[in-house]
Ligand binder design. Structure first.
Ligand code: FUB
Length: 326
């Protein structure tokens, strides 16, 4: 028998899951995670240990209901352009269709972002034959604004290859900026109405401090690393992300979906395991942070488990920092 979901416990234990993108569809919570394989692969800075090949979808009728695993909804072998590493996905609903966005390496080893569709939020998803033209790097997060415009946020350093796109084309030897230079920002592109293409070339998002100065590459407690998420609260756009090397989930806010975003603070202190990745969703009048850690596997970087906890705002709109282990 399936057990009920509980805060700060793995949502499921029969498979390893990571990088949760949570959404409310059809009145239920749907979680679109990566599927970590139960394989022992040595860790390196390129993320070669994250050898994922397929995706499952999870859902919950309520925040304390049993969790349903809808099984495999997309496999690498069904996507003609993919060679390996199906990393952090996201999903969106528009045009009576569910869109599933996923990064993976193409046949040249370059990360691109693909899209697959389904009439059902639980999939299975049918992939488009090629990746989204003009896409690169990893960790797509799709946000649909109140006016119906859809934006994709994406990008990740190191194994996510964002450093290699600074000139607009892929340079395998490119390095990131030095410590006192502005950090690389995530990218944003508005999507076309059919949700299958970029309407415009992706642009870099600026993240600045309270004085309007760009966060620098050496400011590893605050600079963007990977895993963007965008949500709206009280008329402000909240861009949250992982700081990678310092293992925080932090956020910055703006009045404009494309920024610039002003850094505000920490959402989640470091979890067990190297990566930290999250999403934020409102469900039945409360806000939740979905995140992952490697506690179930005893700390193995590439064997992670998705969890959730309640997220609380202060009256001034700032977010209360969460300590994952109390
Ligand atoms: O799961 C593979 C990669 O690890 C994701 O794309 C990153 O965000 C990090 O969680």
């Amino acid at each position: 028998m399936k057990r009920n979901a509980k805060p700060n416990q793995p949502l499921v234990e029969h498979i390893y899951t990571a990088d949760p993108s949570a959404h409310v569809f059809e009145g239920k919570l749907f979680i679109y995670p990566s599927h970590d394989l139960d394989k022992d692969v040595p860790s390196n800075d390129n993320g070669d240990q994250y050898v994922m090949e397929d995706y499952h979808v999870l859902s919950m009728d309520d925040i304390d209901s049993p969790v349903t695993d809808h099984g495999q909804v997309l496999h690498m072998k069904d996507v003609p352009w993919v060679s390996q590493q199906m990393w952090a996905p996201d999903a969106a609903y528009k045009n009576n269709t569910y869109y599933f966005y996923f990064p993976a390496r193409d046949k040249d080893g370059i990360f691109r972002i693909g899209v697959a569709t389904s009439p059902n939020p639980a999939g299975p998803f049918k992939p488009e034959p090629n990746y989204i033209e003009g896409s690169f790097s990893i960790d797509p997060a799709v946000f649909i604004d109140d006016d119906g415009k859809a934006y994709m946020y994406f990008g990740g350093l190191w194994g996510g290859q964002l450093e290699k796109w600074q000139t607009g084309t892929f340079d395998p030897d490119a390095q990131g900026p030095s410590g006192d230079e502005p950090a690389l920002g995530p990218r944003v592109a508005e999507l076309t109405n059919d949700m299958l293409s970029f309407k415009e070339p992706p642009q870099e998002i600026q993240i600045v401090d309270e004085n309007g100065n760009p966060i620098t590459a050496g400011d590893e407690d605050r600079r963007y690393f990977e895993g963007p998420w965008l949500h709206k609260y009280n008329g402000y756009y909240y861009l949250s992300y992982s700081t990678g090397t310092t293992h925080y989930i932090v956020y910055a806010i703006s009045k404009n979906p494309k920024g610039p975003f002003v850094y505000k603070g920490r959402i989640l202190e470091p979890v067990i395991g190297w990566t930290t990745h999250h999403s934020i969703v409102e469900f039945k009048g409360k806000w939740y942070l979905f995140y992952h850690d490697s506690s179930l596997s005893g700390g193995i970087d590439n064997k992670r488990s998705v969890k959730f906890t309640e997220l609380k705002y202060n009256p001034d709109g700032t977010i209360q920092t969460i300590k994952p282990y109390g």
